[in-house]
Every structure is written in C-alpha cells, then in structure tokens.
Design a protein around this ligand. Structure first.
Ligand code: VGL
Ligand code: ZN
Length: 194
C-alpha cells in the first residue's frame, strides 16, 4: 500500500523510447507491466499517478539537426510521442521540453497538459504539493536521463524520492551510465527499490 502522502511519477513511457522507436532504450517496453502494477496499486489507494511526456517541437534544440545530441524523437502530436499502447494511463500528464530552445529532462520542468499555452499551466511540484504529496516513487525511461533528472529535482524540491529500479531502463550512451545514474540518485538522498 502506498503511504497516504505518496504519489507515483511515470516518466516518458513513450513509443520513441521503446523498441522500434526513434530513440529506443534496450528493453524499454519491459517497464510497462511493472509500472502498470504500481499504477493500479496507487489508483486503488486513491493516490495520485502522474505521467511525464517528452514533448518536442520538430526543430527542438536537442535534435542532431539543430546541433543537439539526439535523433528526432517525441515530436508533439506524433505517434512516437504517444504513450506505449499497453501502459495504463489514468492520471495527470505533464509535458516537458516543449519550447524549441530549451531542453528539459526533468518532469519538474513539465506543465500540466491542457488547452492552450502550456506555460500557463501548473507545474508538477505545485500540483503535487496541492495534493499533500511529500514522497514520490519514480520509474520509467530513461534511468540515466529523464528518470535521474526527475528524481534529483524531486529531492531538490523537498520531496522524499524513491527510484523504482525494476520499472526503469537506461539509454547507456556510454557503458555504466545506468549504474552512475543510480549512484547519483542515492548520493542525493533518494532511496532505490526493486
Ligand atoms: C530522454 C533523451 C532525450 C528521456 C528524453 O526521456 O530520458 N532522453 N529526451
Ligand atoms: Zn527528448
């Protein structure tokens, strides 16, 4: 049972990060059944489940064509930006890195998805605080980028943070990036389970 002040953050479980996607993470889709169990447990306990969604314009600065390091991925409204078809999605969605000239790996850079201008929408930290959340469980894709950044930001914003390791997979641009990311999160004060 999740604690009464806990929330679950599901990071970027999107087609482009799964096998066959533009920036596929090895075994990325393996997180889906694991996270679905967590999602169902939080939902059953009435605790918030939030989803982050990488949400880039087609000329985003992180893309190689623009001098960045990544292939084109998670373009706003494209199938690659959709959540994996088997992911249980019931909860608020926070979109991030939606401005052309700004990268944002952390879910805490995101804004609640809704009508109109995203920058006018609530951010994740205020949304969680308004619901009495003090502890966040975080899993998804990718451990060494958006999951790491979200966990570190959670701690920075004063939340207790727990990495769900079994529900996360890494890009591993360099071998060992995953272990390094986990060590960074632990050093910042996050707990690791799974
Ligand atoms: C991510 C690389 C580029 C992630 C997003 O979700 O971890 N990684 N954009
Ligand atoms: Zn991205």
């Amino acid at each position: 049972m999740p604690e009464p002040d806990a929330a679950l953050i599901v990071v970027d479980v999107q087609n482009d990060f799964c096998p066959g996607g533009a920036l596929a993470v090895t075994d990325g889709d393996a997180v889906v059944p694991v996270l679905n169990d967590w999602i169902r447990r939080f939902a059953a306990a009435g605790r918030p489940v939030v989803y982050t969604q990488d949400w880039h314009p087609e000329d985003h600065c992180s893309f190689k064509e623009q001098g960045g390091i990544w292939p084109v991925h998670c373009v706003q409204g494209s199938p690659g930006a959709d959540f994996h078809k088997d992911l249980v999605v019931q909860g608020a969605v926070f979109r991030k890195a939606f401005a052309r000239d700004k990268e944002g790996y952390s879910g805490f850079d995101g804004r609640l998805s809704g009508e109109g201008d995203l920058t006018a929408q609530p951010d994740l930290a205020s949304w969680l605080r308004a619901r009495g959340v003090r502890k966040v469980y975080v899993g998804g894709l990718a451990t060494d980028y958006c999951v790491r950044a979200t966990v570190l930001d959670a701690v920075r914003h004063g939340f207790q943070a727990v990495l769900i390791r079994s529900g996360s997979r890494a890009v591993n641009v360099s071998p060992g990036d995953e272990e390094k990311a986990v060590a960074d999160m632990q050093a910042a004060g996050a707990a690791v389970i799974g």
